[in-house]
Structure formats: structure tokens, C-alpha cells
Design a protein around this ligand. Structure first.
Ligand code: NAD
Length: 247
């Protein structure tokens, strides 16, 4: 078991990639705290599935981009679980549109949820990890944060921001044995991509050397590597999980 005795806190994990990461970590013995905007039926079902694996698990309603709320939820999780060894900043949204048509609200919302949340949650968890003298922080970026994408200037900027944040934090707290890495998923089949028309889907997969969209589990396995001691000497890096789409 790669993560036995560890507690992982994963944001936006009621569904999609976050849920797959939670399940993958649970299968390796970690206790799991998940957050999402609401403690609704979807979050409750995920919590139930995690509990059924025999680990300790709890779902919390929390807006990761709200500074005060991030502080409060981290404190609550630390009280409930005793420690937080792994933070996965996964919560994210898209509000796509060409720059010409993009509204200020679309810009602010995506930067807030995707980038500010990473600041809020990492800042909240940092004092705990400093005291513990150890931890692994994993930020979910995107390949478009590296390559850019027409119609996603707000999203790409938020994901590029995550990469700069990751590399800076890795330098600030590496001496305390806290690692900070990012994952840049490519085209992953989740709720976020489910609404794409068939034709667009084919266009995307044709550009992928491995000729398929990724699964949430593909991303989860990379997260497991970065969360565990298998990557003990790796920090400040961006791991692309994209079927070879970007190099
Ligand atoms: P998803 O929409 O299936 O799940 C995202 C979850 O985040 C949802 O449950 C949502 O309620 C939650 N969330 C949204 N705002 C939140 C907030 N402020 N606080 C807490 N939770 C919040 O999306 P997904 O495809 O699983 O994406 C997960 C992450 O992976 C995102 O950061 C996304 O940008 C990134 N990503 C996804 C893809 C892809 O192709 N699906 C590719 C690259 C990167």
C-alpha cells in the first residue's frame, strides 16, 4: 500500500478526475477528505463508495476559492483526521469563448475558481505541512496552460498561472520536505468534456498520438505517483498526462 497512514484532501472531488484520484488513493490505503461546492447526492454517493473500501472518508461542502472557507475547511479536516499529508488542488471550471466575446465575468470566474483556489487551499494547508515537516501538494493544471487554446484564454491563463505557482511554492518549502508538483492532463473524458459534439471529439482524438481520450484513472495514477514516496525526489515539475499530445 503506497499511501497507508496518509490523509489526502482533494478539492472538487465529488465527480470526474477528483473522484478518480480519491478512489485510487483509497485503494492504496489513504484516508480521504473530499470537498465540493455542495454536499449533494453526488458528493454523498462518492463518500459512500469511499467508505465502502474500508478507509476513513468524509465529504465537505466548500468553495475552494473562498479564502476564509478554505482556512476553515482545512482546520476542520485536520481536526477530523489528525493530519493532512497530501493536498490535491483539483477543483476547476471552464467558461469558454473567444476573447472578442469573453465577458469580464467569464474571465473573473475562471481565474477565481481555477487559480485563486490553489492559492487559498495551499496557503491554508502550508502551516500544517510545515509543522509536520512533510507533505505533497499536487495541482491540476492542463496542457492548454502550456500550449494555449483558441476559445480558452481565461482557462489557459489560469492553468499557466498554476504552473508558475507550483514552481515557486516548490522552491519556498522544499527545505521542509514538502513537495509541490502539477499535472497537466490533456483531453480527459469527464463531465467537463461530455458536452462536446461528436465531431469535435473526433477532431481532438485525431490529434492525440495514442488516439484516444484519457480516462480520469489515467490522471489518478499520475497523481498517485506524485503523492507517494515513489516520487520522493521530484518537486516543481509538471507531469503531462495527455497521450503524447504535447511534448
Ligand atoms: P468536472 O467538472 O467533472 O469536476 C470538477 C468538480 O469541481 C465538480 O464536481 C465541481 O462541482 C467542482 N468545483 C467547481 N468549482 C468548485 C469550487 N469553487 N470549489 C470546490 N469545488 C468546485 O471536471 P474534471 O474534468 O473532473 O476536471 C477536474 C480538474 O481537471 C479541473 O481542474 C480541470 O480544469 C482539470 N482538467 C480537466 C481536463 C479534462 O479534459 N476533463 C483536462 C485538463 C485539466
Amino acid at each position: 500500500m503506497l499511501l497507508s497512514g496518509k490523509t489526502a484532501l482533494i478539492t472538487g472531488a465529488a465527480r470526474g478526475i477528483g473522484k478518480a484520484i480519491a478512489q485510487c488513493f483509497a485503494a492504496e490505503g489513504a484516508d480521504i477528505a473530499i470537498t465540493d461546492l455542495a454536499y449533494d447526492e453526488v458528493a454523498q454517493e462518492t463518500e459512500k463508495e469511499l467508505l465502502a473500501t474500508g478507509i476513513k472518508a468524509k465529504a465537505y461542502a466548500s468553495n475552494a476559492a473562498d479564502f476564509e472557507n478554505a482556512q476553515a475547511i482545512v482546520q476542520q479536516v485536520a481536526e477530523d483526521f489528525g493530519h493532512i499529508d497530501i493536498l490535491v488542488n483539483n477543483a476547476g471550471i471552464t467558461r469558454d469563448g473567444l476573447l472578442m466575446r469573453m465577458t469580464e465575468a467569464q474571465w473573473d470566474m475562471v481565474i477565481n475558481v481555477n487559480l485563486k483556489s490553489v492559492f487559498c487551499m495551499t496557503k491554508a494547508v502550508q502551516p500544517l505541512m510545515l509543522r509536520q515537516r512533510g507533505g505533497s501538494i499536487i495541482n491540476i493544471s492542463s496542457v492548454v496552460g502550456v500550449s494555449g487554446n483558441a476559445g480558452q484564454a481565461n482557462y489557459a491563463a489560469s492553468k499557466a498561472g498554476i504552473i508558475g505557482f507550483t514552481k515557486s511554492v516548490a522552491k519556498e518549502i522544499g527545505s521542509r520536505n514538502i513537495r509541490c508538483n502539477a499535472i497537466a492532463p490533456g483531453f480527459i473524458l469527464t463531465g467537463m468534456t461530455a458536452s462536446l459534439p461528436e465531431e469535435k471529439l473526433k477532431q481532438w482524438t485525431d490529434q492525440i498520438p495514442l488516439r484516444r481520450g484519457g480516462t480520469p484513472e489515467d490522471v489518478a495514477k499520475a497523481a498517485l505517483f506524485l503523492a507517494s514516496d515513489l516520487s520522493a525526489y521530484i518537486s516543481g515539475q509538471v507531469l503531462h498526462v495527455c497521450g503524447g499530445m504535447t511534448c
